[in-house]
Design a protein around this ligand. Structure first.
Ligand code: SAH
Ligand code: MG
Length: 198
């Protein structure tokens, strides 16, 4: 298992796949244990690195993870099988904005880690699938240190993307339904929970 994780890290660095930083996944794994998380929904699987670590953090945790890129989806499936976690991880090959999840299952933890420009849309779509005492964790809120400095960025594409992350942070800060804590861990994480535990 440990070797497979290292192999995935090497693959990601060779192929430029943006997998989560070690400190950030350690934070999430701790969160899963401390809050007795059982069902996780992940938006953005890539090659399955974070899904595999989340699924292996505790015996009774199940992960549904969504990926729209075919090559990454195939690699994710392969890695999940090799780690022997195919009973604990369900990989969905589709754009997360098009997925129709079953209304019957709500999640203890939703991990948003797909296209950074669409964070607000993912949040608004998937909050309906969050349990009353659940949490939405978002990765890459610092976006390699660019967030907060979008006015100084020259590349139009990068500037647009960073502005969207800045807008998402404001959306979280001003949110009337959710309380959000921001953590300066890895590339920046947030944990959002319902304001009134229902
Ligand atoms: N969570 C992974 C890294 C995910 S990288 C880890 O830490 O190991 C982000 C991934 O989200 C990419 O593979 C990209 O293809 C995928 N993605 C981006 N937008 C998406 C969308 N709308 N629906 C599904 N997947 C998406
Ligand atoms: Mg990430």
């Amino acid at each position: 298992m440990k070797e497979l994780i290292v192999e995935m890290e090497d693959y990601a660095s060779k192929k430029n796949v943006p997998i989560i930083e070690k400190k950030s996944i350690a934070f999430i794994m701790k969160y899963i244990k401390e809050h007795n998380v059982k069902n996780v929904l992940e938006i953005g699987s890539a090659i399955g690195y974070s899904a595999i670590l989340m699924a292996s953090s505790k015996e009774d945790v199940f992960v549904t993870t969504i990926e729209r890129d075919e090559e990454r989806y195939m690699e994710c499936l392969k890695n999940v099988k090799r780690c022997g976690l195919d009973k604990k991880i369900n990989v969905v090959f589709q754009d997360a904005l098009d997925v129709n999840l079953s209304e019957d299952l709500k999640y203890d933890l939703i991990f948003i880690d797909a296209a950074k420009g669409q964070y607000t849309r993912f949040f608004e779509k998937y909050k309906y699938f969050l349990k009353d005492n659940g949490a939405i964790i978002t990765d890459n809120l610092k976006f390699h240190g660019y967030v907060g400095k979008s006015d100084k960025i020259e590349s139009k594409n990068l500037k647009g993307l960073v502005e969207k992350i800045e807008n998402y942070i404001d959306f979280l800060k001003d949110n009337t339904e959710f309380e959000t804590k921001f953590y300066d861990i890895g590339d920046g994480l947030s944990v959002s929970t319902w304001k009134d535990e229902k």
